[in-house]
Ligand binder design. Structure first.
Ligand SMILES: [Zn+2]
Length: 161
């Protein structure tokens, strides 16, 4: 993978918190597609951003996609949103897709408001992998809980397959 030669980059952030910093950095750029799947920020950090009507601005309009989910969302809702995000990525046609892999959507995570299971992370990875985009994974959060390592392994195993 020629990361240094990538001209079009997509970022898919599946951490339960909105990827507010990433959104802010690239909000006016059409060459970087930012997609975030996260808990509805109306009652969840970071509160001030992550709403579905934040599309990007200027030249970047249409290149920011927020997919907030209701609190209590399960594997099916999580994976469906990731699939929707991946269809946006596919339409964009990036040279590389960066996965911002936060594991705090897990139901046992101390900060989670979702019901995502270890199998949900496996399904998420299979869904992402099925699109055959060139990917790089950046591991983010996931707060201490006994299953954190297991969830990471489930995701990495499935995306590798
Ligand atoms: Zn997080």
């Amino acid at each position: 993978m020629r990361m240094s030669g990538a001209e079009r980059v997509a970022i898919l952030d599946i951490d339960i918190h909105h990827g507010n910093g990433t959104q802010q950095i690239f909000y006016e750029r059409p060459d970087v597609l930012t997609v975030s799947v996260h808990a509805d920020p109306d009652r969840f950090p970071v509160f001030f951003s992550g709403y579905a009507d934040e599309f990007g601005s200027g030249a970047g309009e249409g290149f920011n996609v927020n997919l907030p989910l209701e609190h209590g969302s399960d594997d099916a809702a999580f994976v469906d949103a990731i699939a929707a995000g991946m269809r946006k990525v596919e339409d964009f046609g990036p040279d590389v897709l960066l996965i911002a892999l936060g594991l705090d959507a897990y139901r046992g995570d101390p900060l989670s408001v979702f019901e995502v299971t270890t199998n949900g992370f496996r399904q998420a990875a299979e869904t992402i992998g099925a699109f055959n985009e060139p990917i790089a994974i950046l591991q983010e959060g996931g707060y201490p809980c006994p299953e954190l390592g297991e969830n990471l392994v489930a995701f990495l195993d499935a995306i590798d397959g």
